[in-house]
Design a protein around this ligand. Structure first.
Ligand SMILES: [Mg+2]
Length: 230
């Protein structure tokens, strides 16, 4: 069982919004921050820049859009402070621990699969006491590929010693997580916590919370190795 981290296990959007609004003293700039982040993450995924450069440039670009011109040292200080506040704002969704405990009890091997950067993601999982649940933590920057690239999913299956058809991946991003996993031959599960009305592509499963995952595993994914009777 592969699980995305940000906005799947950890309420990343809440923490990021909180950190940004505390630093700039206003709460209405999140859409701009998200837009600028998406542009810069696309450049990381394309292999043009690494995450450290991305964080600096994203923040510089965001401040410039707000009309604030800072020299690189001040941008670095702002970014450093933002990460400190962010780290104090992590919280798990309420359904994460019961789900991970259920998977462990059912003897399912578990991987965290993230497109974000290494040290940062491991710190988050450790800070929240989640490291112990995972057999493997797959980080895009270390694998050299990122979701939705099949290479990312297949590398995880290789480590977990299973065929893609014996694995499932759950994440909050419909295309990056669920469609990417489906196209790589895994079961793709979209975690739609907001319950929107997006059209769901064929072959993609949808759950509204991680509390629905055990039932899906038992009823639909018997080949993943979850005992039907518990
Ligand atoms: Mg996510």
């Amino acid at each position: 069982m592969c699980l995305d981290i940000d906005d799947t296990l950890i309420d990343f959007s809440y923490a990021s919004k909180r950190a940004l609004s505390l630093l700039i003293g206003r709460a209405d700039m999140w859409p701009l921050w998200e837009r600028i982040t998406d542009w810069h993450v696309a450049r990381v995924v394309a292999g043009e820049i690494d995450y450290a450069v991305m964080h600096q440039r994203r923040t510089q670009c965001f401040l410039a859009e707000m009309g604030v011109v800072m020299d690189p040292e001040d941008v670095a200080r702002f970014e450093c402070r933002r990460k400190e506040v962010l780290r104090g704002s992590w919280r798990l969704f309420h359904d994460v621990l019961p789900c991970l405990e259920w998977l462990r009890a059912a003897d399912v091997r578990i991987a965290a699969v993230t497109n974000a950067s290494g040290a940062h993601q491991r710190t988050k999982l450790a800070d929240l006491g989640l490291s112990r649940f995972f057999d493997h933590i797959a980080i895009a920057g270390e694998v050299g590929a990122a979701k939705p690239d099949a290479v990312m999913f297949h590398s995880v299956c290789a480590v977990l010693d299973c065929d893609p058809c014996e694995a499932a991946h759950v994440g909050d991003k419909l295309h990056t997580d669920a469609v990417g996993a489906r196209d790589a031959g895994l079961e793709g599960v979209w975690l739609d916590r907001d319950g929107g009305d997006a059209e769901v592509p064929e072959g993609v499963h949808v759950i509204g919370g991680l509390d629905e995952l055990p039932q899906l595993l038992v009823s639909e994914f018997a080949r993943i190795g979850v005992p039907a009777q518990r």
